[in-house]
Write a protein that binds this ligand. Structure first.
Ligand code: FE2
Length: 391
């Protein structure tokens, strides 16, 4: 079914089937039950400082630590939490270490998208049987608080999915970690859970990656955009959204497409030096409050779309609860699908390389990803790309 979106006085179309997301998701296979995102682990150059940044700028709280003081000799890991979102920031202590190699090549970035499962052993067996490349053979970690079982497989690039089973574990995060007591406790920013994590893959790699999520993980493709739908005057990309059977794990996959100038996905691939996580979308119940707060803490967001975007908003999305003037002053974008509307905004990249960024999203029924905002969003990204000399 073709949908039309009027934006900047041009009519855009995108294709959605008549099935609801719930109906599509129901077709996913359940050999890999997933309860949600367990944690997201970043490999970084200096985890101590990165942890401070995520506490100060985004309002995460200190949870756990592993490092030389806790008997881990080769690395330091800081676990932070806000709502259900758990970040692990890890750095190696010597250059001759796979984590240092990862950081040297990719810069700071996401290494692990960990999924909370009921059975880490069967998750490994079911996915490797279907062709997944093993990253971590199933293991059981035990301490006085219980046990955590885990396993892992590679997905796109050097990124991995860990499967974490923590039925009876009562300790802090997992064995090997100690509670991280910190006197520095900045207020949280109202971030609740991971809504979706987007991967950028290389030219001609989107379809094989989609097939991999279907065959290996039992996911379904719930939404697709081609380069005719996602393009600006200068660049284009293609995207397909993959979801598991309960919708708790959603991984959109982007691929660059030919345009007059360099696509933002190509810029990412050049600077990450490979495929990887492009953005992490985190949900809030009050985006106006969250974004006001994050801005005051120094989080940088992409510039607001032009005036015309907000003038046309009532016509494009109908009535919404929020004050449009307020949304405009913060640069928050709005989109609507048949199930409701959503509010979203994107940060600038959170490291010097133009790679990973965050999305803040507030859903009012809508289960889609803001297709009506793609053009405005990409033009904003292109303004930043041009400043970097990469457009
Ligand atoms: Fe997103």
């Amino acid at each position: 079914m073709e949908h039309k979106i009027r934006l900047d006085n041009k009519l855009y179309t995108y294709i959605m089937s008549t099935e609801t997301f719930a109906q599509k998701i129901a077709k996913a296979q359940d050999f890999l039950p997933i309860n949600g995102t367990d944690y997201i682990e970043f490999y970084v150059g200096n985890a101590k400082q990165a942890a401070h940044y995520y506490k100060t700028a985004f309002g995460f709280q200190s949870v756990a630590y592993a490092g030389p003081e806790t008997g881990v000799r080769d690395r330091a890991s800081y676990v932070l939490q806000q709502g259900k979102i758990r970040l692990v920031l890890t750095t190696a202590l010597k250059s001759d270490h796979p984590i240092s190699e990862h950081v040297k090549k990719h810069g700071d970035g996401v290494k692990v998208l960990a999924l909370w499962v009921d059975d880490a052993y069967s998750a490994f067996e079911e996915t490797t049987k279907r062709g997944a490349r093993p990253y971590q053979e199933p293991i059981t970690l035990t301490d006085e608080h219980g046990e955590v079982r885990m396993s892992g497989i590679y997905t796109y690039g050097e990124t991995v999915h860990m499967f974490i089973e923590r039925k009876n574990y009562k300790g802090t995060f997992m064995p090997g970690y100690e509670a991280w007591e910190s006197a520095y406790k900045p207020e949280d920013a109202g971030l609740l859970y991971v809504d979706h994590c987007v991967g950028n893959v290389d030219w001609n790699r989107m379809l094989p990656t989609v097939k991999w999520y279907e065959e290996v993980m039992g996911f379904v493709n719930i939404l697709s955009f081609d380069d005719k739908q996602i393009n600006t005057e200068y660049s284009a990309l293609m995207s397909k959204v993959m979801s598991n059977g309960n919708g708790f794990a959603k991984f959109p996959i982007n691929e660059p497409a030919e345009g007059k100038k360099k696509s933002q996905i190509e810029e990412y691939l050049d600077y990450y030096e490979g495929e990887g996580v492009q953005h992490i979308a985190v949900a809030t119940k009050d985006i106006v409050k969250t974004v006001t707060d994050l801005k005051a803490r120094g989080v940088e967001f992409l510039s607001a779309p032009p005036e015309a975007y907000y003038e046309m908003l009532p016509e494009r999305v109908g009535s919404i609860d929020e004050d449009i003037k307020k949304l405009q002053s913060l640069g928050i974008l709005v989109d609507r699908d048949e199930e409701g509307y959503l509010l979203q905004i994107f940060t600038k990249p959170v490291e010097d390389r133009p790679t990973l960024f965050f999305e803040i999203i507030e859903r009012h029924g809508a289960q889609s990803f803001g297709a009506g905002n793609f053009k405005a969003l990409f033009e904003s990204i292109e303004r930043e790309q041009a400043k970097r000399g990469n457009l």
